[in-house]
Design a binder for this molecule. Structure first.
Ligand code: CA
Length: 227
């Protein structure tokens, strides 16, 4: 079945470029030129994925994202004009799944779209068992094995790994990981996540300095590898 992508972008050139590439890759594409009509279109058309520009007339991308997140889990890729860390962090924290910095390569957009849609179908997570490479994680009885050998993790390490591994490729900020662990992001405690990740890597990575499972996303946070 053909999947529908809604692009909410006020620059016609950018929207057309994205549309052409997505259509070439067999997606159905809709375009909205401002936040308000984009939100209305998302509600009406129920697209499979959204490409959402941050700076939009009438209603900006963050407000669109916030509004949509209250009512749906539709995957959202944010487009940010600047390489500003705060923009990316805010976008991810209010529920965007990924971001791309402009100017972007349309090929990268297609690749991210494909990865997000695959992930949204929940192909990796089944019946409490998460497998990736040599890792096998059982989230029911909280055990982990590496190439068949049991690995002991602390509760917090297990939870961090579980959050990341359940969503391969999805970027989590430190604050998001903390919030998942404690139900709230304690300001100033962000860096405690780094210590846990360091310990986790020592236990599961062949070469902790060159990790294959838990990857650092520069200036943002962490993600689990994609197959
Ligand atoms: Ca814009």
């Amino acid at each position: 079945m053909q999947e529908t992508i809604l692009i909410i972008e006020d620059e016609p050139k950018v929207a057309r470029l994205a549309r052409d590439y997505l259509e070439k890759n067999n997606y159905r594409v809709l375009i909205a030129g401002d936040g308000q009509s984009g939100l209305a279109m998302a509600r009406r058309e129920k697209p499979d994925l959204l490409v959402l520009d941050l700076m939009l007339p009438v209603m900006d991308g963050l407000d669109v994202c916030r509004a949509l997140r209250r009512e749906s889990d539709v995957p959202i890729i944010m487009l940010t004009a600047r390489a500003e860390e705060t923009d990316r962090l805010i976008g991810l924290e209010i529920g965007a799944d990924d971001y791309i910095t402009k100017p972007f390569s349309p090929r990268e957009l297609v690749a991210r779209t494909r990865a997000l849609l695959r992930r949204a179908k929940g192909r990796v997570y089944q019946s409490g068992i998460i497998r990736a490479g040599d890792l096998e994680m059982n989230t029911e009885n909280h055990t982990l094995s590496l190439a068949g050998k049991a690995i002991h993790l602390t509760r917090i390490e297990f939870n961090i790994l579980e959050i990341l591994a359940e969503h391969p490729g999805q970027i989590f900020s430190r604050a998001q990981l903390l919030e998942n662990l404690h139900g709230v992001a304690y300001v100033g405690y962000d860096r405690s996540i780094d210590a846990h990740v360091k310990n986790l890597r020592r236990k599961i990575e062949e070469d902790p300095a060159n990790p294959k499972y838990i990857l650092t996303v520069y200036a943002v946070g962490y993600k689990f590898r994609e197959e």
